[in-house]
Design a protein around this ligand. Structure first.
Ligand SMILES: Cc1cc2nc3c(=O)[nH]c(=O)nc-3n(C[C@H](O)[C@H](O)[C@H](O)COP(=O)(O)OP(=O)(O)OC[C@H]3O[C@@H](n4cnc5c(N)ncnc54)[C@H](O)[C@@H]3O)c2cc1C
Length: 423
């Protein structure tokens, strides 16, 4: 492939570059990505500099040969939900369409650090869903079997096997542990690193990443998008991809249509750091609580979304009580652990808890939104298929079922049970 004149080659991260830079007291590391002024026009503008937007820009440049691309981010990249989530990665959803997109992502996660030459700290440590009642058992059995059929790994565990994985688990708590389903390929990754890794790699291929640049409107002529009005002036574009979790309807409104999406807060907490105690991710849908341990030693804890529409990005006490209660029942040793931080993010939730990856009523404008409480696991796969859809002007086979139209045709992809306690 011919070198792109706009590209910004980076030196490779390796043990040798680490040693070389250590010798100069780490004063000479190059800038990870440029901060260019916007050009008057681009082939493609991506609105939203989260994991999905940056991944889309990267795959446009890397695989579709479109390097005249800008990512417009209203604040700083990764400052939205990408930097606020609890980092769970898995692909054990119920339906075939979900298996296709989430497993495509997990496959890409496995080699992402090498692909980007950036350590995204993907840690497939295993993800265990606990069942606490008959309904849960039926749900995990149905989903686990469907996972088998779709080539997604799933193992059913007895209560004793669950306890083997987490020895201090209290099996006989108020909602006793009746079994579990384990996805060994599931786990966690480092959230900021995903944004930074994709940004660095996209920038190296010539993509302009423009922070502090809010899109405030669109110029649309005869139903075709011409460009974006922004806080840094008008920027023309042949095509626009919108990837603005938490603000999907705000931005859709600017283009003159509405999406079947509601925005609700989702909160999470971390504890003080402690020695390694739990080496997998454990989720309990019925009691609305899940936990894992970060590489720093903090317990990362979350639950279900707040049950009201809001753009607030804050935590609140009743949610702590709601989530910490079952955590302490299930894992009594955590009762003396202190919480350190709590925060919230705005999640865009669809009727069927599946994303919207779609053409829109405006020609050459595409949306990739509605990932709700569970989109951190998806940027590699979502960015990949969205980039190909934008480049071709036709939705990629994996993306096609996630069109907005499903909300009108009734062809919903109902993942409410698989996504119940978020993620
Ligand atoms: C507390 C919490 C825990 C979660 N835990 C998990 C988990 O464990 N696993 C999982 O898979 N998912 C999880 N999620 C969901 C996941 O974080 C999101 O689905 C995912 O990060 C969305 O990524 P994104 O790139 O689409 O959005 P974002 O990272 O939110 O990026 C969108 C960007 O668009 C920008 N933007 C908005 N409007 C404009 C505008 N007008 N102009 C320019 N830019 C604009 C925003 O500033 C933002 O940076 C969690 C979410 C939260 C809040």
């Amino acid at each position: 492939m011919a070198a792109n004149p706009q590209s910004n080659p980076k030196s490779k991260f390796s043990v040798f570059s680490l040693v070389r830079n250590a010798l100069s007291y780490h004063q000479n590391w190059e800038q990870q990505w440029r901060s260019p002024d916007p050009k008057p026009a681009y082939d493609v503008i991506i609105v939203g500099g989260g994991g999905h937007g940056l991944a889309t820009a990267y795959y446009l440049a890397k695989e579709c040969g479109i390097t005249n691309v800008a990512v417009l981010e209203k604040s700083w990249i990764g400052g939205g939900n990408t930097g606020r989530n609890t980092t769970i990665v898995r692909s054990n959803y119920l339906w075939d369409e979900s298996a296709a997109i989430y497993n495509h992502s997990v496959n890409l996660w496995e080699t992402l650090s090498q692909e980007l030459n950036y350590n995204v700290m993907f840690s497939p440590r295993g993800l265990l869903h606990l069942a606490h009642n008959v309904h849960d058992m039926q749900e995990i059995q149905r989903r686990g079997n469907s996972n088998y059929m779709n080539g997604v790994d799933a193992e059913f565990l007895t209560p004793a096997q669950c306890k083997q994985m987490v020895p201090f688990m209290n099996l006989n708590c108020r909602y006793p542990v009746m079994g579990g389903v384990l996805q060994r390929r599931g786990g966690t990754a480092r959230h900021d690193a995903v944004a930074w890794g994709y940004a660095r790699a996209a920038d190296a291929l010539g993509v302009d990443i423009i922070q502090n640049c809010e899109v405030t409107g669109f110029r649309i002529e005869n139903g075709v998008v011409q460009g974006c009005e922004t806080t840094r002036g008008y920027i023309g574009a042949k095509k626009v991809g919108v990837v603005v979790a938490g603000h999907s309807n705000v931005v859709a409104d600017m283009a003159g249509f509405r999406l079947p999406i509601e925005s609700t807060p989702l909160q999470a907490f971390v504890s003080e750091p402690m020695k390694p105690v739990i080496d997998c991710v454990v989720m309990s849908n019925t009691v609305h609580a899940y936990v894992s341990q970060s590489d720093k030693g903090e317990l990362v804890i979350g639950g279900s979304g707040d049950p009201y529409v809001s753009y607030s990005q804050r935590g609140c006490f009743n949610q702590i009580e709601h989530v910490v209660g079952p955590i302490v029942e299930l894992y009594p040793i955590f009762s003396r652990c202190r919480m350190m931080r709590q925060w919230g993010g705005t999640t865009d939730v669809t009727l069927d808890r599946s994303p919207v990856i779609s053409k829109t009523p405006v020609e050459n404008m595409f949306f990739n939104v509605g990932w709700g409480t569970g989109g951190f696991k998806a940027p590699p796969g979502s960015g990949h298929v969205f980039a190909h859809s934008i480049a071709r002007g036709e939705m990629h086979d994996i993306a096609a079922p996630f069109s907005i139209d499903r909300h009108y045709s009734g062809a919903l992809i109902d993942e409410a049970a698989a996504a119940a306690v978020a993620h």
